[in-house]
Design a protein around this ligand. Structure first.
Ligand code: AMP
Length: 197
């Protein structure tokens, strides 16, 4: 059983919408260097599958990868690391992308474990819809873990699955959303960004 408080409810519709992939400018994205300076983050544009990700949600980025706060975190510090290129399946990543993705996950995990005074990390990839993937863009879940955060340690995997099924329903934009506000996510990302300077 999850002990962490549920995230506040708010309307997220205005910030998340289906984007036509053709609007996604690879040129703009690839113009970002491996530097993750604030100014470059402000001008970069990020896609997470069909969703346009506000720069304020992104707290770290490299030439190939970026890290964003979660719309519906399972525990404090539950974030996602994605390749910049919109790739559905893990096997589609190039060697450079794969390597950078995991190095980024390692760096992000280390900082967030310390920030949240946790003592372990869950790294998880749901690779394909039958594995529980709801957003068709490779992403590593990084979840700082503490003793007793779930009654049974491995229930985190059930929670990932259940939450994501709920998420899939709520991503139907005709329905009322029960997600975190952009302000709350931006505030969290602001805190994490400081860890990488
Ligand atoms: P999965 O089920 O493995 O595909 O995980 C999808 C993850 O993406 C979940 O943790 C969601 O909470 C998260 N998520 C979905 N849409 C967004 C979004 N627009 N911004 C941030 N996180 C999102």
């Amino acid at each position: 059983m999850l002990k962490h408080n549920a995230t506040p409810l708010s309307n997220f519709l205005q910030f998340h919408f289906k984007a036509n992939n053709h609007l996604f400018s690879l040129a703009r994205i690839s113009s970002s260097s491996s530097s993750h300076s604030q100014s470059k983050m402000e001008t970069a544009s990020y896609m997470f599958g069909p969703y346009k990700i506000h720069n304020k949600e992104v707290f770290y980025s490299t030439h190939f990868s970026y890290a964003l706060v979660n719309l519906r975190p399972l525990l404090p510090g539950h974030v996602l690391v994605c390749p910049r290129r919109e790739v559905k399946r893990f096997a589609e990543l190039t060697t450079d992308e794969t390597s950078d993705l995991w190095l980024t996950a390692q760096k992000v995990g280390k900082q967030l474990e310390s920030y949240h005074k946790a003592s372990s990390l869950t790294f998880a990839i749901q690779d394909g819809p039958q594995a529980g993937q709801t957003v068709p863009h490779v992403h590593i879940h990084i979840i700082p873990r503490k003793s007793g955060d779930f009654e049974k340690n491995d229930e985190i995997y059930d929670a990932l699955d259940v939450k994501e099924k709920e998420m899939k329903q709520s991503l139907d934009l005709d329905k009322e959303r029960k997600d975190r506000s952009i302000e709350e996510m931006a505030e969290e990302a602001d805190e994490y960004r400081k860890l990488f300077h």
